[in-house]
Design a protein around this ligand. Structure first.
Ligand code: UTP
Length: 406
């Protein structure tokens, strides 16, 4: 796009500030800026005026789940089915590692964090041990690793330096997640340099569209992958491509499934798997009406008790059908470094918005979702904070409880 077209586009969206330094730039930098602006999704900005869409809509009801008892009873059958699918190359895994991990306050990718006490062991290493343990029971499956523009180089280098943790390199596919522009509290898009628009990762809900945009749909087709197990980087106890989970999902006939744990209290900060107008939906803790969060069944159990732990299975054909569905954008209020009066400023306090879609919102587009209960102490040790709840300390304690040498 040339300067004139860019100028009129910006006028249309009231974003002319992006050309503020244009006249000062070299020819090359001018080109970079015009290219950046051409790629911007300006439509995203109107979301700053919208209310959260997730909890709106029809009547919420608790979901049913494959309980721990059901799993125990059918464990062999589910496991065998899962192993068969893994042996037929029908399952792949997707590690979501594009987050910024601000709460942990670690400057490198979260997966590089050394969680060891008596030895050095990174989160990536722990996760790769899980991957290898399942691959040893079946065969190596494709592992897609989503990074961000900020942490991709460090992540890829770390895997290389660690010899891919002994996993076949050809089975690992890195890709960078897509971005959205970030703006100030009035909706004006920031510049990150005089010639660059400030673009930030588009949230973990962008995992499948980013994978397809990165050209990796071809790998899924070539390998014949029918299911993807999506998981976060920070749960150091989770099972990856758990055969029983895969088998139970396949045999249920559902298009997706979520590992869930019983909430430990109505206030616990996890999304809850529910039904809304007969469709599965995950309601985030801050969007759950208080009276429903506290509601109990006659046996005293919380009615809305199944909290998600960011470990899902998605059927690829359904993902392909729904990839164009518009996931709602969630606003994240953040302290965003940007150019002001010609200089880079790094505010201490939140000064603008990032736009993120969330993996939890994909569930309702899948039409059906099996809630698969797991034992919290065995499969849920999130590393979100430095200390306190869901922290390095609690995760270390749980790893030791499970006999894992750290
Ligand atoms: P979190 O919601 O914990 O966000 O991500 P975060 O950015 O890692 O951490 P904080 O909130 O700044 O402390 C849950 C999972 O989703 C991934 C993260 O890497 C983590 O595995 N994620 C999050 C992405 O892959 N991309 C994103 O844009 C956001």
């Amino acid at each position: 796009m040339n300067y004139q077209n860019t100028e009129s586009l910006l006028k249309k969206y009231n974003q002319q500030q992006l050309l503020k330094y244009y006249d000062e730039l070299s020819e090359e930098d001018k080109r970079t800026l015009l290219d950046d602006i051409e790629k911007v999704n300006f439509g995203v900005i109107k979301n700053i005026h919208k209310k959260s869409e997730v909890a709106c809509g029809g009547k919420l009801e608790p979901c049913k789940a494959t309980s721990l008892k059901d799993v125990e009873k059918n464990y062999e059958k589910y496991t065998q089915e899962g192993i068969n699918l893994l042996n037929q190359n029908k399952v792949g895994a997707v590690l979501l590692a594009g987050g910024q991990g601000t709460r942990l306050g670690f400057s490198k990718p979260k997966g590089m964090f050394d969680i060891g006490e008596t030895r050095s062991v990174s989160i990536f290493e722990l996760l790769m041990q899980k991957v290898k343990s399942i691959a040893a029971k079946s065969k190596p499956f494709p592992l897609f690793i989503m990074t961000s523009t900020d942490n991709n180089a460090d992540t890829v280098q770390f895997f290389k330096d660690n010899n891919y943790f002994g996993y076949p390199q050809g089975k690992i596919h890195f890709y960078i997640q897509d971005t959205e522009p970030a703006c100030d509290l009035n909706g004006k898009i920031f510049l990150s340099a005089k010639n660059r628009v400030l673009l930030t990762p588009n949230g973990n809900g962008g995992w499948y569209s980013s994978l397809v945009n990165a050209g990796l749909g071809k790998v899924l087709e070539k390998e014949g992958v029918e299911w993807l197990n999506v998981f976060g980087v920070d749960n150091v106890l989770q099972k990856i491509c758990d055969p029983a989970f895969i088998g139970a999902t396949k045999l249920s006939g559902f298009a997706s499934s979520a590992k869930v744990v019983k909430k430990c209290s109505p206030e616990e900060k996890v999304g809850v798997l529910c039904e809304q107008d007969g469709k599965p939906v995950i309601v985030e803790y801050f969007e759950m009406p208080e009276e429903l969060a506290k509601q109990r069944d006659s046996d005293g159990e919380l009615s809305y008790r199944f909290g998600v732990i960011l470990n899902y299975l998605f059927r690829v054909d359904m993902l392909n059908k729904t990839v164009k569905e518009k996931l709602p954008y969630h606003l994240a209020v953040k302290a965003l470094a940007h150019i002001e009066d010609g200089k880079l400023v790094k505010p201490e306090k939140p000064n603008g918005y990032k736009f993120e879609t969330l993996v939890v919102d994909m569930i309702k587009f899948m039409g059906s979702c099996l809630a698969y209960e797991v034992v919290r102490e065995k499969e849920f040790a999130p590393v979100k904070n430095k200390s306190g709840i869901d922290s390095v300390d609690t995760a270390r304690a749980l790893l030791k409880l499970n006999g894992i040498n750290i």
